[in-house]
Ligand binder design. Sequence first.
Ligand code: ACO
Length: 339
Amino acid sequence: MTGRAAVLTGLGGWLPPVRVTNDDLARRLDTSDEWITTRTGIRQRFVVPPGLSTSGVAVEAGARALASAGTERVDLLVLATSTPDHPCPATAPEVAGRLGLGEIAAFDVAAVCTGFVYALATASSMITAGVADSALVIGADTFSTILDPGDRTTRAIFGDGAGAVVLRAGDRGERGALLGFDLASDGSQAELITVPGGGSEHRSQGLADPGDEFFTMQGRSVFRHAVTRMSESSRRLAKDLDWPLESVDRLVAHQANIRILTAVGADLGLPEEKVVANLDRVGNTVAASIPLALTDGVHDGSLAAGHRVLLCGFGGGLTWGAAALELPHLSVEPLPTHA
Ligand code: ACO
Protein backbone atom coordinates (compact mmCIF):
# COMPACT_ATOMS: atom_id res chain seq x y z
CA MET A 1 0.00 0.00 0.00
CA THR A 2 1.32 3.48 -0.82
CA GLY A 3 0.46 6.99 0.41
CA ARG A 4 1.94 9.69 2.61
CA ALA A 5 3.20 8.39 5.95
CA ALA A 6 5.58 9.30 8.77
CA VAL A 7 8.87 7.42 8.47
CA LEU A 8 11.30 6.76 11.33
CA THR A 9 14.79 8.07 10.51
CA GLY A 10 16.54 8.62 13.85
CA LEU A 11 16.64 7.22 17.38
CA GLY A 12 18.45 8.10 20.59
CA GLY A 13 18.26 7.93 24.34
CA TRP A 14 19.89 9.30 27.46
CA LEU A 15 20.08 8.40 31.14
CA PRO A 16 20.91 10.82 33.96
CA PRO A 17 24.20 10.37 35.82
CA VAL A 18 23.15 9.06 39.25
CA ARG A 19 23.03 5.24 39.23
CA VAL A 20 20.99 3.64 42.03
CA THR A 21 21.40 -0.12 42.45
CA ASN A 22 19.02 -2.39 44.37
CA ASP A 23 21.66 -2.65 47.10
CA ASP A 24 21.77 1.17 47.31
CA LEU A 25 17.99 1.16 47.94
CA ALA A 26 18.27 -1.68 50.47
CA ARG A 27 20.71 0.44 52.52
CA ARG A 28 17.99 3.09 52.97
CA LEU A 29 14.69 1.16 52.81
CA ASP A 30 13.23 -2.13 54.04
CA THR A 31 13.87 -4.02 50.78
CA SER A 32 16.48 -6.29 49.20
CA ASP A 33 18.14 -6.94 45.87
CA GLU A 34 16.58 -10.41 45.97
CA TRP A 35 13.00 -9.05 46.38
CA ILE A 36 13.33 -6.42 43.68
CA THR A 37 15.06 -8.70 41.17
CA THR A 38 12.67 -11.62 41.53
CA ARG A 39 9.46 -9.52 41.67
CA THR A 40 10.36 -7.01 38.94
CA GLY A 41 13.54 -7.99 37.05
CA ILE A 42 15.01 -4.54 37.78
CA ARG A 43 18.63 -4.36 39.01
CA GLN A 44 19.38 -0.65 38.79
CA ARG A 45 17.92 2.66 37.67
CA PHE A 46 19.28 6.18 37.05
CA VAL A 47 17.96 9.36 38.66
CA VAL A 48 18.48 13.07 38.12
CA PRO A 49 20.71 15.01 40.51
CA PRO A 50 19.41 18.34 41.89
CA GLY A 51 19.39 20.94 39.11
CA LEU A 52 18.59 18.49 36.29
CA SER A 53 14.92 18.26 35.30
CA THR A 54 12.82 16.70 32.54
CA SER A 55 13.79 19.35 29.97
CA GLY A 56 17.47 18.54 30.55
CA VAL A 57 17.13 14.80 29.94
CA ALA A 58 14.81 15.48 26.97
CA VAL A 59 17.38 17.79 25.33
CA GLU A 60 20.09 15.11 25.61
CA ALA A 61 17.90 12.41 24.04
CA GLY A 62 16.56 14.79 21.39
CA ALA A 63 20.09 15.79 20.34
CA ARG A 64 21.08 12.11 19.97
CA ALA A 65 17.99 11.31 17.87
CA LEU A 66 18.65 14.29 15.58
CA ALA A 67 22.29 13.18 15.16
CA SER A 68 21.11 9.63 14.42
CA ALA A 69 18.79 11.02 11.70
CA GLY A 70 21.60 13.24 10.36
CA THR A 71 19.52 16.39 10.61
CA GLU A 72 19.57 19.59 12.64
CA ARG A 73 16.03 20.69 12.00
CA VAL A 74 12.45 19.45 12.24
CA ASP A 75 9.23 21.42 12.13
CA LEU A 76 7.40 19.83 15.07
CA LEU A 77 8.37 18.67 18.56
CA VAL A 78 6.03 16.50 20.64
CA LEU A 79 7.18 15.74 24.17
CA ALA A 80 5.52 12.92 26.10
CA THR A 81 5.90 13.55 29.81
CA SER A 82 3.98 13.43 33.08
CA THR A 83 6.73 15.20 34.99
CA PRO A 84 6.95 18.54 33.14
CA ASP A 85 9.39 21.14 34.46
CA HIS A 86 6.36 23.27 35.52
CA PRO A 87 2.57 22.78 35.63
CA CYS A 88 2.48 25.66 33.13
CA PRO A 89 3.81 26.22 30.48
CA ALA A 90 4.50 22.96 28.63
CA THR A 91 8.11 21.76 28.62
CA ALA A 92 8.32 21.10 24.85
CA PRO A 93 8.92 24.74 23.76
CA GLU A 94 11.82 25.00 26.24
CA VAL A 95 13.31 21.78 24.82
CA ALA A 96 12.88 23.02 21.23
CA GLY A 97 14.61 26.29 22.13
CA ARG A 98 17.54 24.56 23.83
CA LEU A 99 17.97 22.25 20.83
CA GLY A 100 18.18 25.31 18.55
CA LEU A 101 15.13 24.21 16.55
CA GLY A 102 13.73 27.74 16.18
CA GLU A 103 10.09 28.77 16.40
CA ILE A 104 8.59 25.37 15.61
CA ALA A 105 5.31 23.88 16.87
CA ALA A 106 6.03 22.28 20.25
CA PHE A 107 3.71 20.84 22.87
CA ASP A 108 3.47 18.18 25.59
CA VAL A 109 1.36 15.03 25.61
CA ALA A 110 0.48 13.51 29.00
CA ALA A 111 -0.47 9.83 28.97
CA VAL A 112 1.95 8.61 31.67
CA CYS A 113 3.61 5.33 30.57
CA THR A 114 1.61 5.28 27.30
CA GLY A 115 2.82 8.81 26.55
CA PHE A 116 5.35 7.84 23.90
CA VAL A 117 2.81 5.81 21.87
CA TYR A 118 0.29 8.68 22.09
CA ALA A 119 2.95 11.25 21.09
CA LEU A 120 4.11 9.07 18.19
CA ALA A 121 0.51 8.75 16.96
CA THR A 122 0.03 12.53 17.26
CA ALA A 123 3.20 13.41 15.33
CA SER A 124 2.59 10.69 12.74
CA SER A 125 -0.98 11.93 12.15
CA MET A 126 0.21 15.54 11.78
CA ILE A 127 2.79 14.45 9.21
CA THR A 128 0.31 12.27 7.33
CA ALA A 129 -2.19 15.18 7.29
CA GLY A 130 0.45 17.55 5.89
CA VAL A 131 0.52 19.81 8.96
CA ALA A 132 4.24 19.00 9.42
CA ASP A 133 6.93 17.45 7.22
CA SER A 134 9.18 16.25 10.03
CA ALA A 135 9.02 15.78 13.79
CA LEU A 136 11.06 15.05 16.87
CA VAL A 137 9.10 12.87 19.31
CA ILE A 138 10.59 12.64 22.80
CA GLY A 139 9.48 10.57 25.79
CA ALA A 140 11.05 11.99 28.95
CA ASP A 141 10.25 11.61 32.63
CA THR A 142 11.91 12.20 35.98
CA PHE A 143 9.63 10.22 38.28
CA SER A 144 12.27 10.26 41.03
CA THR A 145 11.13 13.86 41.64
CA ILE A 146 7.54 12.81 42.51
CA LEU A 147 8.16 9.61 44.50
CA ASP A 148 7.75 9.34 48.25
CA PRO A 149 11.35 8.82 49.44
CA GLY A 150 10.06 6.28 51.99
CA ASP A 151 7.97 4.19 49.55
CA ARG A 152 9.94 1.01 48.84
CA THR A 153 7.54 -0.18 46.13
CA THR A 154 7.63 2.82 43.79
CA ARG A 155 11.30 3.61 44.48
CA ALA A 156 12.24 0.08 43.45
CA ILE A 157 10.48 0.39 40.12
CA PHE A 158 10.95 3.84 38.66
CA GLY A 159 13.99 5.38 37.00
CA ASP A 160 14.51 8.65 35.10
CA GLY A 161 15.50 9.03 31.46
CA ALA A 162 14.55 10.12 27.96
CA GLY A 163 14.32 8.55 24.53
CA ALA A 164 13.49 10.12 21.19
CA VAL A 165 12.82 9.44 17.53
CA VAL A 166 12.89 11.58 14.40
CA LEU A 167 10.13 11.21 11.80
CA ARG A 168 9.96 12.63 8.29
CA ALA A 169 7.27 12.56 5.63
CA GLY A 170 7.67 9.64 3.25
CA ASP A 171 5.75 6.81 1.72
CA ARG A 172 3.84 4.08 3.48
CA GLY A 173 5.69 1.49 1.40
CA GLU A 174 9.08 2.59 2.78
CA ARG A 175 10.84 0.65 5.51
CA GLY A 176 10.39 2.64 8.75
CA ALA A 177 6.89 3.93 7.91
CA LEU A 178 4.53 3.98 10.89
CA LEU A 179 1.81 1.64 9.67
CA GLY A 180 -0.90 1.96 12.29
CA PHE A 181 -1.91 2.73 15.86
CA ASP A 182 -4.35 1.48 18.46
CA LEU A 183 -5.09 3.94 21.28
CA ALA A 184 -7.46 3.60 24.24
CA SER A 185 -8.24 4.78 27.79
CA ASP A 186 -10.46 4.04 30.79
CA GLY A 187 -10.90 7.02 33.12
CA SER A 188 -13.00 5.00 35.56
CA GLN A 189 -9.74 3.41 36.76
CA ALA A 190 -7.86 6.71 37.19
CA GLU A 191 -7.24 6.21 40.91
CA LEU A 192 -5.06 3.13 40.28
CA ILE A 193 -2.14 5.36 39.22
CA THR A 194 -2.23 8.94 40.47
CA VAL A 195 -0.58 11.91 42.11
CA PRO A 196 -3.60 13.00 44.19
CA GLY A 197 -2.57 16.61 44.90
CA GLY A 198 -0.94 19.50 43.09
CA GLY A 199 -3.48 19.88 40.28
CA SER A 200 -6.50 22.14 39.84
CA GLU A 201 -8.81 19.81 41.79
CA HIS A 202 -7.13 20.41 45.13
CA ARG A 203 -5.45 23.74 44.47
CA SER A 204 -8.04 25.90 46.24
CA GLN A 205 -8.12 23.75 49.40
CA GLY A 206 -4.41 22.92 49.54
CA LEU A 207 -3.24 19.33 50.00
CA ALA A 208 -5.56 17.18 52.14
CA ASP A 209 -2.52 15.17 53.22
CA PRO A 210 1.14 16.15 52.75
CA GLY A 211 1.66 12.72 51.08
CA ASP A 212 -0.75 13.74 48.30
CA GLU A 213 2.11 15.37 46.43
CA PHE A 214 3.62 11.91 45.79
CA PHE A 215 2.91 9.34 43.11
CA THR A 216 0.78 6.37 44.21
CA MET A 217 0.03 3.10 42.44
CA GLN A 218 -2.09 0.05 43.27
CA GLY A 219 0.51 -2.43 42.06
CA ARG A 220 -1.49 -5.66 41.87
CA SER A 221 -4.43 -4.18 39.89
CA VAL A 222 -2.09 -2.21 37.65
CA PHE A 223 -0.21 -5.44 36.92
CA ARG A 224 -3.38 -7.24 35.80
CA HIS A 225 -4.64 -4.33 33.66
CA ALA A 226 -1.18 -3.91 32.08
CA VAL A 227 -1.06 -7.52 30.87
CA THR A 228 -4.64 -7.56 29.55
CA ARG A 229 -4.58 -4.17 27.88
CA MET A 230 -1.15 -4.44 26.21
CA SER A 231 -2.02 -7.89 24.85
CA GLU A 232 -5.45 -6.71 23.64
CA SER A 233 -4.06 -3.61 21.94
CA SER A 234 -1.21 -5.48 20.21
CA ARG A 235 -3.56 -8.18 19.01
CA ARG A 236 -6.09 -5.62 17.67
CA LEU A 237 -3.43 -3.67 15.77
CA ALA A 238 -1.84 -6.80 14.29
CA LYS A 239 -5.30 -7.89 13.08
CA ASP A 240 -5.98 -4.43 11.54
CA LEU A 241 -2.71 -4.71 9.62
CA ASP A 242 -3.26 -8.34 8.60
CA TRP A 243 -0.10 -9.31 10.47
CA PRO A 244 -0.41 -12.86 11.80
CA LEU A 245 1.06 -12.72 15.32
CA GLU A 246 3.70 -15.30 14.37
CA SER A 247 4.98 -12.85 11.72
CA VAL A 248 5.81 -10.24 14.40
CA ASP A 249 9.61 -10.29 14.89
CA ARG A 250 9.83 -8.14 18.02
CA LEU A 251 7.55 -6.73 20.72
CA VAL A 252 8.85 -3.56 22.36
CA ALA A 253 6.46 -3.09 25.27
CA HIS A 254 6.49 -0.64 28.16
CA GLN A 255 9.22 -1.80 30.55
CA ALA A 256 7.36 -1.97 33.88
CA ASN A 257 8.06 -5.44 35.22
CA ILE A 258 9.70 -8.48 33.59
CA ARG A 259 6.76 -10.60 34.74
CA ILE A 260 4.38 -8.30 32.82
CA LEU A 261 6.54 -8.58 29.67
CA THR A 262 6.67 -12.37 29.99
CA ALA A 263 2.89 -12.58 30.46
CA VAL A 264 2.15 -10.33 27.45
CA GLY A 265 4.60 -12.31 25.29
CA ALA A 266 2.98 -15.59 26.38
CA ASP A 267 -0.52 -14.22 25.76
CA LEU A 268 0.47 -13.24 22.21
CA GLY A 269 2.30 -16.54 21.60
CA LEU A 270 5.65 -14.76 21.13
CA PRO A 271 8.78 -16.62 22.28
CA GLU A 272 11.01 -14.93 24.86
CA GLU A 273 13.64 -13.82 22.31
CA LYS A 274 11.00 -11.74 20.49
CA VAL A 275 10.21 -9.68 23.60
CA VAL A 276 12.75 -6.87 24.00
CA ALA A 277 13.71 -6.15 27.62
CA ASN A 278 16.16 -3.63 29.08
CA LEU A 279 14.37 -2.84 32.36
CA ASP A 280 17.05 -4.67 34.35
CA ARG A 281 19.41 -1.79 33.48
CA VAL A 282 17.04 1.22 33.54
CA GLY A 283 13.88 0.38 35.53
CA ASN A 284 10.47 1.78 34.56
CA THR A 285 11.29 5.09 32.87
CA VAL A 286 7.61 5.95 32.13
CA ALA A 287 7.32 7.85 28.79
CA ALA A 288 11.00 7.17 28.02
CA SER A 289 10.61 3.42 28.39
CA ILE A 290 9.78 2.39 24.80
CA PRO A 291 12.35 4.59 22.99
CA LEU A 292 15.03 3.58 25.53
CA ALA A 293 14.24 -0.11 24.91
CA LEU A 294 14.41 0.57 21.16
CA THR A 295 17.79 2.30 21.55
CA ASP A 296 19.24 -0.53 23.63
CA GLY A 297 17.76 -3.15 21.28
CA VAL A 298 19.17 -1.55 18.11
CA HIS A 299 22.54 -1.08 19.78
CA ASP A 300 22.84 -4.67 21.04
CA GLY A 301 21.49 -6.13 17.78
CA SER A 302 18.31 -7.68 19.19
CA LEU A 303 16.40 -5.27 16.91
CA ALA A 304 17.49 -5.16 13.27
CA ALA A 305 16.47 -3.55 9.98
CA GLY A 306 13.56 -5.39 8.44
CA HIS A 307 12.09 -6.61 11.72
CA ARG A 308 8.31 -6.32 12.01
CA VAL A 309 7.93 -4.53 15.33
CA LEU A 310 4.96 -3.89 17.58
CA LEU A 311 5.40 -1.14 20.19
CA CYS A 312 2.91 -1.18 23.05
CA GLY A 313 2.40 0.90 26.15
CA PHE A 314 0.24 0.97 29.25
CA GLY A 315 -0.02 3.53 32.01
CA GLY A 316 -1.96 5.90 34.20
CA GLY A 317 -5.30 7.18 33.02
CA LEU A 318 -5.66 4.33 32.51
CA THR A 319 -4.26 4.59 29.00
CA TRP A 320 -2.86 2.00 26.62
CA GLY A 321 -1.96 1.65 22.98
CA ALA A 322 0.18 0.11 20.27
CA ALA A 323 2.06 1.14 17.13
CA ALA A 324 3.51 -0.89 14.27
CA LEU A 325 6.40 -0.52 11.85
CA GLU A 326 9.02 -2.42 9.94
CA LEU A 327 12.32 -1.27 11.39
CA PRO A 328 14.62 0.72 9.07
CA HIS A 329 18.41 0.77 9.34
CA LEU A 330 19.25 3.08 12.24
CA SER A 331 22.60 4.16 13.62
CA VAL A 332 22.40 4.79 17.36
CA GLU A 333 24.77 5.94 20.05
CA PRO A 334 24.79 3.53 23.03
CA LEU A 335 23.03 4.67 26.19
CA PRO A 336 25.45 6.09 28.77
CA THR A 337 26.35 3.55 31.47
CA HIS A 338 27.59 5.98 34.16
CA ALA A 339 29.34 2.98 35.71
N1 ACO B 1 10.76 -4.62 48.86
C1 ACO B 1 10.25 -5.51 49.73
N2 ACO B 1 8.92 -5.71 49.88
C2 ACO B 1 8.10 -4.98 49.10
C3 ACO B 1 8.57 -4.04 48.15
C4 ACO B 1 9.97 -3.87 48.05
N3 ACO B 1 10.54 -3.01 47.18
N4 ACO B 1 7.52 -3.49 47.52
C5 ACO B 1 6.41 -4.04 48.05
N5 ACO B 1 6.77 -4.95 49.00
C6 ACO B 1 5.89 -5.78 49.82
C7 ACO B 1 4.53 -5.17 50.03
O1 ACO B 1 4.57 -4.21 51.05
C8 ACO B 1 3.72 -6.39 50.40
O2 ACO B 1 3.95 -6.68 51.76
P1 ACO B 1 2.78 -7.25 52.68
O3 ACO B 1 2.39 -8.56 52.05
O4 ACO B 1 3.44 -7.37 54.00
O5 ACO B 1 1.68 -6.22 52.61
C9 ACO B 1 4.36 -7.51 49.56
O6 ACO B 1 5.65 -7.01 49.17
C10 ACO B 1 3.57 -7.89 48.33
O7 ACO B 1 3.16 -6.67 47.67
P2 ACO B 1 2.47 -6.68 46.26
O8 ACO B 1 2.18 -5.27 45.87
O9 ACO B 1 1.33 -7.63 46.31
O10 ACO B 1 3.66 -7.32 45.39
P3 ACO B 1 3.67 -7.69 43.87
O11 ACO B 1 4.25 -9.03 43.68
O12 ACO B 1 2.37 -7.36 43.19
O13 ACO B 1 4.77 -6.69 43.27
C11 ACO B 1 4.83 -4.62 42.06
C12 ACO B 1 4.57 -5.30 43.40
C13 ACO B 1 6.28 -4.89 41.68
C14 ACO B 1 4.58 -3.14 42.20
C15 ACO B 1 3.90 -5.23 40.97
O14 ACO B 1 2.58 -5.25 41.44
C16 ACO B 1 3.94 -4.46 39.68
O15 ACO B 1 4.92 -4.48 38.95
N6 ACO B 1 2.84 -3.79 39.32
C17 ACO B 1 2.74 -3.10 38.05
C18 ACO B 1 3.44 -1.78 38.08
C19 ACO B 1 3.31 -1.14 36.69
O16 ACO B 1 3.10 -1.81 35.69
N7 ACO B 1 3.42 0.12 36.57
C20 ACO B 1 3.30 0.68 35.21
C21 ACO B 1 2.34 1.64 35.14
S1 ACO B 1 2.83 2.94 36.16
C22 ACO B 1 2.62 4.35 35.29
O17 ACO B 1 1.84 4.47 34.39
C23 ACO B 1 3.41 5.46 35.74
